[in-house]
Design a protein around this ligand. Structure first.
Ligand SMILES: Nc1ncnc2c1ncn2[C@@H]1O[C@H](COP(=O)(O)OP(=O)(O)OP(=O)(O)O)[C@@H](O)[C@H]1O
Ligand SMILES: [Mg+2]
Length: 485
């Protein structure tokens, strides 16, 4: 139900409407002329303004103009007499959302009002979502404070406002699409479209039709004209995801848009000009693809004007706690659960995992855990990730590869200790736990194996280490270090 203002100098019609719409549950006010309506518009908020077009003094157009300026969200519907259709069309151009010709059935008017109110709610929702979306892309709200991420965000804030083409590289799930969105939403084009196309998802012809559109009859199933993504993105940004997966023909067409800002729709002869900023992403090695003749070199240089490398999650483990907490709160709200943290043991498991699927994998693990857990804190039992899953099924096997030239046992031990330390984020007690030794033995091994702990710099000078320790570290630089524990 909504708040409605009815404006008409025809008393009985106005009073009839007031009665009918009040009976339908709306909160209704009325004014007998344009001047009265303008006063009311300045006094309070309305969802719908229903106004006669021709009135003495200020007329319906004046009411419309005032409504547009003081209450731009109010929906204005005009009531017109026969013969004034031309003015009604003018009014629609000025922002009225509908008109109805007199005489009309009251049911018809009720329906139009319901529709106007629904539309207004929808618009509010869209505005809300757009706002929420902008929040998500707000550089300050991208979760994580690791040096690696900060470096990327630093470049983003420098280049976002320029028009440069940007290539975002990185493994799957590292946040390439999120960063592309952040670039657009922090650019001068933020209030224009941000259009995304996944180049790997479509075959050559379909991808070209998706990108450039087609004319009716361009191919068998083209039964009507279609506007492509480039045209949709005019004035805004186009995000080409998986850009390494395009055919040579598509590559040539993209190059032309980059160079000349123009193209033709498939099956068309008219040249379409666009102003689009291109942001691309790939998890493939494009420069290698150039060397292998799979990707055009000229296009590569055009796309690679600014290049961003999204660091894998295992290289920014500092971000894991904040990201995990962020996902816990998000999924807890989405799934209507009361989960609000991750217990310390489960945190350690998250820190130790290698995260080949990066942030998306973490997101999925946390979502599943929030769904499964019965308490308010996520425990190790709720986490189903690589090493947990294999530990649960009793799989604890590892592969030790010994090079043909041999390797000192001590070097294998050194690598095992290093791996355990890295998995434990360099917390010695936890690393000791992983290897089933006491913290004291771990401390001894670190000294004897000459292992440097980042940050604390607990490095034992070579002169103080035992002979064996030094031999170990020599082996580490002799090329044998490739062998993995
Ligand atoms: N720093 C971050 N803060 C919060 N959420 C993030 C962050 N980085 C990534 N995400 C989330 O992780 C998921 C994966 O990110 P995104 O889709 O951007 O990765 P991608 O690199 O494009 O992956 P792919 O190569 O598989 O397409 C998304 O749900 C994204 O919202
Ligand atoms: Mg992606």
């Amino acid at each position: 139900m909504g708040r409605i203002l009815i404006v008409d100098d025809h008393d009985s019609l106005r009073k009839g409407l007031v009665k009918a719409l009040s009976n339908a549950g709306h909160d209704v006010e009325d004014a007998p002329n344009g001047t009265g309506a303008i006063e009311r518009l300045q006094g309070g908020q309305f969802d719908v303004v229903l106004t006669d077009l021709r009135m003495g003094g200020a007329d319906g157009m004046d009411v419309l103009r005032t409504a547009r300026s003081v209450q731009p969200d109010a929906a204005v519907i005009l009531m017109t007499a026969f013969g004034s259709i031309h003015t009604a069309v003018e009014a629609m151009k000025m922002g009225a959302i509908d008109f109805v010709q007199k005489p009309f059935e009251i049911e018809e008017m009720e329906l139009k009002i319901e529709k106007a109110i629904d539309l207004r709610h929808l618009k509010n929702q869209v505005d809300y979502l757009r706002h929420a979306q902008e929040d998500l892309y707000d550089v300050d709200r991208i979760v994580g404070g690791s040096g690696a991420l900060k470096q990327v965000l630093g470049v983003v804030s420098k280049v976002a406002r320029s028009n440069s083409t940007i290539l975002i590289r990185g493994e799957t799930g590292t946040g390439k699409e999120l960063i592309a969105g952040a670039i657009h939403h922090n650019s001068m084009r933020a209030n224009k479209a941000f259009v995304k196309v996944n180049c790997a998802a479509l075959q050559e012809n379909l991808l070209e039709s998706e990108l450039f559109g087609h004319e009716k009859g361009a191919f068998t199933s083209a039964d009507k004209q279609r506007i492509g993504r480039f045209e949709q993105a005019d004035g805004g940004s186009l995000f080409l995801d998986e850009v390494g997966d395009m055919s040579q023909s598509t590559q040539a067409k993209i190059l032309r848009v980059l160079q000349e800002h123009e193209f033709e729709r498939l099956g068309g002869t008219r040249t379409v000009r666009v102003d689009v900023r291109i942001i691309t992403a790939t998890n493939r090695n494009l420069s290698q693809m150039v060397q292998d003749g799979l990707f055009r070199e000229d296009l590569f240089y055009r796309l690679n004007v600014v290049s961003l490398e999204m660091p894998p999650l295992r290289d920014r483990k500092d971000d894991i706690p904040a990201l995990a907490e962020f996902f816990v709160h998000r999924f807890s709200a989405e799934l209507k659960k009361r989960v609000d943290c991750i217990d310390p043991e489960a945190q350690k498991v998250l820190m130790r995992h290698h995260w080949p699927g990066n942030i998306r994998e973490l997101e999925n693990v946390v979502e599943r855990a929030v769904l499964l857990t019965e308490g308010e804190a996520i425990t190790t039992d709720d986490l189903q990730i690589g090493d947990q899953a294999s530990a649960a099924s009793g799989q604890r096997s590892i592969v030790v590869k010994i090079p043909p030239t041999g390797i000192p046992l001590e070097e294998i031990e050194r690598q095992a200790v290093m791996e355990a330390l890295k998995m434990s984020n360099w917390i010695q007690k936890d690393a000791a736990n992983l290897l089933g030794i006491s913290p004291r033995v771990m401390n001894y091994k670190i000294k004897i194996l000459n292992i440097e702990i980042p940050g604390s710099r607990r490095h034992v000078p070579a002169s103080m280490a035992s002979d064996e320790g030094r031999r170990g570290s020599r082996a580490g630089t002799s090329g044998l270090a490739r062998s993995r524990v």
